[in-house]
Design a protein around this ligand. Structure first.
Ligand SMILES: C[S@@+](CC[C@H](N)C(=O)[O-])C[C@H]1O[C@@H](n2cnc3c(N)ncnc32)[C@H](O)[C@@H]1O
Length: 259
């Protein structure tokens, strides 16, 4: 069972996930790659579609058929070439070699065990070019954990396409401080223009906050060298106390270290 069942919210994902702050960063990195780019956990193509539109040869992997169906529709509507692959990132068997692999939007934190994280990294390493790169974006636990307080938070209100209804998204999260495991629920409610509830859905969420030393050890063991770590998409240096993100740029190395 996936940590989050994206089939439940695939049709509304693009309504409430509208962030574009990482797009210039990924456009620049993908442009530098000058070759095939692999996006894992691509979802509905929030990042993949702009990259494909910029002429980047994209392979887009996700294990949710409903999310991929929306991506395929967008690519077709824009007549963009991209390879779309339904696959589990923990069991990758892709032909490469890719110049760059990316896992945007903190999605790596959905792999909650070290075993799964290792499987993902070794699958990526196998299909990267010898000097290929991997970019992984993660929450900065020191900052993200402040918002995890067991209380109900309104995350936003969004107009729903093709109706006058409004989507309200609320969330509750709790943290196990010993393991970094976060569990919670997201509450989706659609209201009509008279404020009447039209429908509601509940999504169970589960992910794990990974601290920066743990991630560093993990990637080194998996055969990657840390090229850089920045704390936001403007590439500010990572500061543990205040950076919103950990944005890791890694390079494949020849050697694998024993765990
Ligand atoms: C938070 S969404 C991110 C989507 C997109 N990258 C974005 O930035 O909007 C995480 C995505 O990871 C996918 N996913 C979760 N577990 C996966 C797995 N084991 N293998 C492949 N995709 C997975 C989900 O289906 C979902 O589309």
């Amino acid at each position: 069972m996936a940590a989050l069942d994206y089939a439940q919210i695939a049709d509304i994902y693009d309504t409430y996930v509208t962030s574009e702050e990482d797009l210039p960063f990924f456009l620049e990195e993908a442009g530098k790659a000058a070759g095939p780019v692999l996006e894992l956990m691509c979802g509905t193509g929030r990042v993949a579609v702009p990259l494909a539109a910029a002429g980047i040869p994209m392979t887009c992997v996700d294990n949710s058929r409903p999310m991929l169906s929306i991506l395929r529709t967008k690519l077709k509507a824009r007549r963009l070439p991209a390879k779309v692959v339904h696959a589990d990132a923990t069991r990758l068997t892709l032909d490469g070699p890719f110049r760059l692999a990316i896992i945007p939007f903190n999605s790596f934190s959905e792999f909650r065990s070290t075993e799964l994280q290792r499987s993902v990294l070794s699958g990526i390493r196998r299909c990267l070019a010898p000097d290929g790169r991997l970019i992984v974006t993660l929450h900065n636990p020191a900052v993200r954990r402040v918002r995890i307080d067991g209380q109900l938070h309104v995350l936003g209100q969004y107009p729903l396409a093709d109706s006058d209804d409004t989507l309200t998204l609320q969330s509750v999260e709790t943290l196990d401080p010993d393991t970094g495991l976060v569990s919670g629920h997201q509450y989706f409610e659609a209201y009509d223009r008279d404020g009447r509830l039209v429908w509601q859905r509940i999504l169970t969420v589960a992910f794990r906050l990974v601290n920066h030393r743990e991630f560093q050890d993990l990637v080194r063991e998996a055969g990657f060298r840390v090229e850089s770590l920045v704390g936001d998409y403007a590439r500010s240096p990572f500061v543990e106390a205040s950076s919103p993100f950990m944005i890791w740029a890694l390079t494949r190395t020849d050697a694998l270290q024993c765990a």
